[in-house]
Write a protein that binds this ligand. Structure first.
Ligand code: HEM
Length: 416
């Protein structure tokens, strides 16, 4: 099913024969019209087989409880890149990068343990002052009464400055981190950021070169609380091959970059789309606490994670065969009316705001969840102290991807 932009998607979603529904079409996310397709799948075929798509055949799991079940079934539903990894798009075997998000136990657990201390509560507390200082500097530099792209000036700036701190990477070169992250997730296409896999590999080689320098500086020095030093000294990671090092760098850069960036942009957009919620927030800034997880639910910065069945697996009355690709659509589970009250509404004072799927669940649940929340919380505290209103003044532009659910351009104006 190819979904042209100008058709009535509610009608198209309702009338396309069920066996031809393909929610993986990246145009549905770019055009922000994915909602009715997933609503129909949740209602009529919660575990659904799509035989033909630009990513080949795959199963969609669209209901909250079924996604949880899949997340817990990691012994049968593998994340390992040898089987296909974590995104719906299959990559050429030779180009697959080893990284612990795309590994199964025991290797996954050993490598995850090495980087976990970066987000331990003590370390987060130490990072708070740095995040606040960066957030203030970025906000103070924003123009008044002038249209600018919030994504570029704030969302990207804050996340890359933060990532540079986590890696202890030179701040003046921080934009390279977002460039490498974008190269990692871009769909190759003519005129796109990358046009083919060779260009992607070239960007990764440049990234590896820069980080090898940092690794070499730190491997023979005393351990320090930055990610490169942790990897260089970690028992499970210090003997990584350069390609494994490259893979884990991509994981940490992409993990900490696109996701937080798109939550920062999403928050401004949702408050503008819901002026009553914006008023509520202005009247009671303490609501930032519950608003932050709601932003992350409502945006769902990663639309899905993929698994591959390594044995037959029964779910929702369907039999998934060994070798089949299974896509857990977090973006749909987060709109499941059986799990979340009024899921299509953005409500900043929900009673249980953290009960969403955006960070996944089970053994791969996001390592950086508290750090991401902390960044958003501090940013909103500082925004509310300065700007009573940030006005969205144009149509947002979105990422052409079924994986990264993002906003590339958000024109805003701050009245002065
Ligand atoms: C894993 C989402 C921020 C690092 C994941 C997963 C999701 C996710 C969906 C996979 C979960 C699964 O398979 O069950 C997000 C979102 C974020 C965010 C929505 C922000 C709003 C961050 C940050 C970092 C980070 C700031 C680190 C600096 C990681 C890592 C993994 C991961 C290392 C792999 C965990 C594993 O395989 O055990 N994240 N993430 N993430 N995330 Fe995040």
């Amino acid at each position: 099913m190819n979904a042209p932009v100008d058709l009535d998607h509610a009608r198209l979603a309702a009338t396309t024969p069920l066996d031809r529904l393909d929610p993986s079409n990246p145009a549905l996310f770019r055009d922000d019209v994915w909602q009715p397709y997933f609503a129909r799948l949740r209602r009529e075929a919660p575990v659904h087989y799509c035989a033909e798509s630009m990513f080949g055949p795959y199963w969609s799991v669209t209901k909250y409880k079924d996604i949880m079940q899949c997340e817990l079934a990691h012994k049968v539903l593998s994340s390992d890149s040898l089987h296909g990894g974590i995104s719906i798009r299959d990559r050429d075997k030779a180009l697959r990068l080893p990284m612990f998000i795309a590994m199964d136990p025991p290797q996954h657990d050993e490598q995850r343990k090495v980087v976990q201390p970066i987000v331990a509560p003590g370390n987060l507390a130490k990072l708070e002052a740095t995040i606040r200082e960066r957030a203030i500097r970025i906000l103070e530099g924003l123009p008044r009464n002038e249209t600018f792209n919030w994504v570029d000036r704030v969302s990207i700036e804050l996340t890359v400055a933060m990532l540079a701190t986590l890696f202890d990477f030179p701040q003046e070169e921080r934009r390279k981190l977002s460039y490498w992250s974008d190269c990692a997730t871009a769909l190759p296409m003519p005129g796109g950021l990358i046009e083919n896999e060779t260009q992607r590999e070239a960007a990764f080689a440049e990234m590896l070169g820069a980080f090898m320098t940092l690794w070499n500086e730190r491997v023979n020095a005393d351990p320090r609380p930055d990610l490169i030093s942790m990897l260089a000294h970690g028992e499970a990671t210090r003997n990584m091959t350069p390609r494994e090092f490259m893979g884990n760098l991509v994981l940490l850069i992409v993990g900490g970059n696109d996701t937080t960036r798109n939550s920062i942009s999403g928050g401004v957009l949702f408050l503008n789309e819901n002026p009553d919620e914006y008023s509520k927030l202005r009247a009671n800034p303490a609501l930032i606490e519950t608003m932050v997880p709601e932003i992350i639910r409502y945006q769902t910065p990663l639309a899905h994670m993929r698994r591959t069945a390594i044995a037959d697996y029964q779910i929702g009355g369907q039999t998934i065969r060994a070798g089949d690709k299974v896509v857990m659509w977090y973006i749909s589970g987060n709109r499941d009316e059986e799990a979340i009250e009024q899921p299509d509404r953005f409500i900043i004072d929900r009673a249980r705001p953290r009960g969403h799927l955006s960070f996944g669940f089970g053994i791969h649940r996001c390592v950086g969840n508290r750090l991401a929340e902390l960044q958003l919380k501090i940013l909103w505290e500082e925004i509310l102290q300065r700007f009573p209103r940030i006005e969205v003044v144009g149509r947002p532009e979105r990422t052409y991807s079924a994986f990264v659910h993002g906003i590339t351009n958000l024109p805003v104006r701050i009245p002065g």
